[in-house]
Design a protein around this ligand. Structure first.
Ligand code: ATR
Length: 274
């Protein structure tokens, strides 16, 4: 039988850890397949989807900035992809329909939200309204959090998200520093803190001592803000768990095996981020 082929598309994509993650599991479960990086321009997205339709690629992950842009080329959005309008996993089903699913929501739930006691009653602030925000919002909703606020530098993007998720409270960007103290959970869904880019312009020094800080960034493992909070004995989660759990669900959708998250895998990923 021909080797299977999987890939991740995005732009830029060179630093993605998904190939390492999936190739580790493909190897562990002795599946004859390879998972590669595809640096795809926007005008090449359709070509990639055709390759899945004709069986040259068996499944892809989609990352920024294409999680919405790929939707016109898909036949059917299912489950969390339908609820968020954000797709990160694609495959062909048994009737040859190209299916778009979202495993980021599961990644957020399994990676963080399930690990927080009595999360339902906590007040949460999402900072950022870009590509990952719909998945963050929907994961919080699925995990039954009731009090969800959002803040974004570009205010219109928060308003746009509220059209889909009408329960959101919108805050003004200029009030961010003073609002931090009002929240039990804060999630960084911006690109602030990413390797080689800016971090927040101020310290998160005025926060609740019981705050839980979740960063969707995994490269670096600790952003400047996360490090600062950790040093001040605030409970923090970096983006690595989300990466691993979303990958676990994608792997299951493609291979019908729920792969184990073992120490060797975590160490391998962490070693690449040092
Ligand atoms: P985009 O939404 O542009 O496709 P993204 O990577 O999905 O890009 O999201 C980037 C997020 O980080 C956005 O919330 C962005 O805020 P804007 O919507 O105002 O662009 C946020 N972001 C990036 N750089 C930022 C900065 N220097 N200050 C504040 N927020 C920033």
């Amino acid at each position: 039988m021909k080797n299977k082929s999987f890939a991740i598309i995005g732009n830029p994509i060179a630093h993605s850890l998904s190939p390492l993650l999936h190739n580790y599991w493909l190897d562990k479960y002795k599946i004859k397949a390879n998972y590669s990086l595809l640096d795809v321009k926007e005008n090449e997205i359709e070509k990639i989807t055709k390759k899945i339709r004709d069986g040259r690629i068996n499944g892809i992950n989609v990352t920024l900035p294409y999680k919405q842009k790929i939707i016109p080329y898909i036949d059917k959005l299912v489950n969390d992809a339908k609820s968020t309008n954000s797709v990160n996993t694609i495959f062909l089903d048994s009737s040859n329909s190209l299916i778009g699913e979202n495993t980021d929501v599961y990644g957020l739930q399994a990676g963080y939200l399930k690990k927080i006691d009595e999360a339902e009653n906590k007040k949460v602030l999402i900072i950022g309204a870009g590509g990952v925000a719909p998945s963050v919002i929907f994961a919080l909703k699925k995990s039954k959090l009731k009090n969800i606020s959002i803040i974004n530098r570009t205010h219109e993007k928060s308003i746009f998200l509220k059209k889909r998720f009408n329960f959101l409270e919108i805050l003004e960007w200029k009030s961010l520093e003073s609002e931090l103290i009002n929240f039990d959970i804060i999630i960084n869904a911006t690109s602030l803190g990413l390797k080689d880019s800016n971090d927040f312009e101020f310290n998160f020094s005025r926060v609740k001592q019981s705050l839980i800080y979740i960063d969707t960034i995994y490269n670096p493992l600790e952003t400047k803000t996360l490090k600062f909070l950790k040093e001040n004995n605030i409970k923090t989660f970096n983006g690595l768990e989300m990466l691993i759990y979303q990958g676990q669900k994608s792997f299951y959708l493609w291979n019908k095996i729920n792969p184990e998250i073992d120490d060797q895998l975590v160490n391998l990923l962490v070693s690449k981020l040092k």
